[in-house]
Write a new protein. Structure first.
Length: 200
């Protein structure tokens, strides 16, 4: 089997769990997650930091072959559906926008993204791959969740990578295409402390 390697081209060496992570679309349709792996993914997410430790993230885990998996798959955008069916599990990730006291959670989505980042790194450590998807029907996914007050943010495909050649185009080509990022300089903002100093 020919598994694509897409290690990030970094300005200084990074931990391999970060540098070697990427989002594949070719998943092994025969692979199944162990219960321990599912636990490890959720534990990694659970131990992410969050604003005031509010932990707004919520997860619905649907393993391939389950009725839930079929329903989540059906709610994905057509392009995502063509490859995500082979993933070992589809995890709906949602955030609580309000706390139990009704207080808004302005960092709910931020915190939940951070939890998924933790989950992704743990998946890489487990020899698994993750592909996040924002392309899904929000109303249908919301309707599947047995919790009315959560906002679905992504569906995460988790599984074992497979040969890119198992995909049709255009997806096969994307498996081996180079990964790109903005240069660090483009991410840096200038600080202008003078006006603040004047106020103080
Ligand atoms: C919030 C979010 C939504 C995404 N939605 C989709 C999607 O619907 N379909 C898809 O194929 N990839 C999706 N992606 C994957 C990104 O395209 C991918 O992470 C990005 O191109 C960088 O590639 P890399 O993860 O391989 O480094 C999404 C990623 C994130 C974080």
């Amino acid at each position: 089997m020919n598994l694509a390697t897409k290690t990030a081209n970094t300005n200084t060496p990074l931990h391999s769990l970060i540098a070697e992570r990427w989002s594949p679309r070719s998943f092994d349709a025969g692979h199944e997650l162990t219960d321990r792996q599912v636990t490890a993914l959720l534990e990694a997410a659970r131990w992410a930091p969050s604003a005031s430790n509010t932990q707004p993230w919520r997860f619905a885990v649907a393993r391939r072959g389950s009725a839930g998996h079929a329903a989540v798959l059906d709610a994905l955008s057509p392009g995502n559906r063509t490859w995500a069916h082979a993933a070992s599990a589809l995890i709906v990730v949602a955030a609580e926008a309000f706390g139990p006291d009704g207080a808004a959670r302005p960092w709910g989505a931020y915190d939940t993204g951070q939890a998924v980042a933790h989950l992704s790194v743990q998946a890489q450590h487990e020899g698994l791959a993750v592909h996040q998807m924002g392309g899904f029907d929000r109303d249908r996914i919301t309707g599947l969740l047995a919790a009315p007050d959560v906002t679905p943010l992504v569906v995460v495909a988790v599984g074992r990578r497979d040969d890119p050649a198992r995909l049709d185009e255009p997806f096969a080509g994307r498996e081996t295409a180079a990964r790109h990022r903005l240069p660090v300089e483009a991410l840096l903002l200038a600080l202008n402390p003078a006006p603040l100093a004047a106020v103080a």
